[in-house]
Design a protein around this ligand. Sequence first.
Ligand SMILES: Nc1ncnc2c1ncn2[C@@H]1O[C@H](COP(=O)(O)OP(=O)(O)OP(=O)(O)O)[C@@H](O)[C@H]1O
Ligand SMILES: [Mg+2]
Length: 231
Amino acid sequence: MKLITCCSFKGGAGKTTALMGLCSAFAAQGKTVALFEADENRPLTAWMQNAVESDAWDERCAVFVADELSLLEEAYLRAEANGFDYALADTHGGSSELNNTIIASSEFLLVPTMLTPLDIDEALATYRYIVELLVAENLHAHTAVLQQRVPIGRATTSQRAAADVLSVLPQFSMPMYERDAFAAMKKRGMLHLTLANMKANPTMRLMVRNYETALGEIEALGAFVAAMLEA
Ligand SMILES: Nc1ncnc2c1ncn2[C@@H]1O[C@H](COP(=O)(O)OP(=O)(O)OP(=O)(O)O)[C@@H](O)[C@H]1O
Ligand SMILES: [Mg+2]
């Protein structure tokens, strides 16, 4: 089982959404995914409930509450014993012993950030924090910044400047764009299943293309993560 974690000091950076997208991408490829809920606000538990109601929850995936160290340990052991392909951990903003433990146990660390000066500062601080923690513990994990909520269309001068600052760090070659399909996952459920439901519903045909585009993008991100983990 490979543990992939989304982290950032900044709240609202797009951690949970990136994670929901990756979960959908892996499940669409037939992989099994354990979701570690390390945010006491329980966004993943709410996601699963909404998704089940919308008939868009993939049974290959399961949520494990892990917002305390003892629960995290138990979740990890159970998920590993059950042979999940991937575990995805959703952390709360800021630093804590729980976050440190998750970071130190991860094979892949993903730092989502929006392209504003404040967000960029926080992303750099988060990246540095992760690297220092890994070095101190003599560990290795892939770490990459993910540009999140990037507007479709031409970037502003300030967004281009922000992207330049980030270019010193390892990054995903592709951003996660600001899309309704991504924002709606928390209500609608897994992207690949929402798409399948839409295809079966003639009144929703117009949205199919948007969802296909969004799913294609997030699958590319999932493939990149999977390839890095294989290498
Ligand atoms: N790619 C995207 N396209 C559109 N909306 C997005 C995208 N990513 C995130 N959002 C929206 O931005 C808001 C914040 O995202 P999210 O909850 O994923 O951030 P977070 O880092 O998990 O926040 P928190 O620190 O509160 O846990 C949400 O309303 C979400 O729907
Ligand atoms: Mg979150």
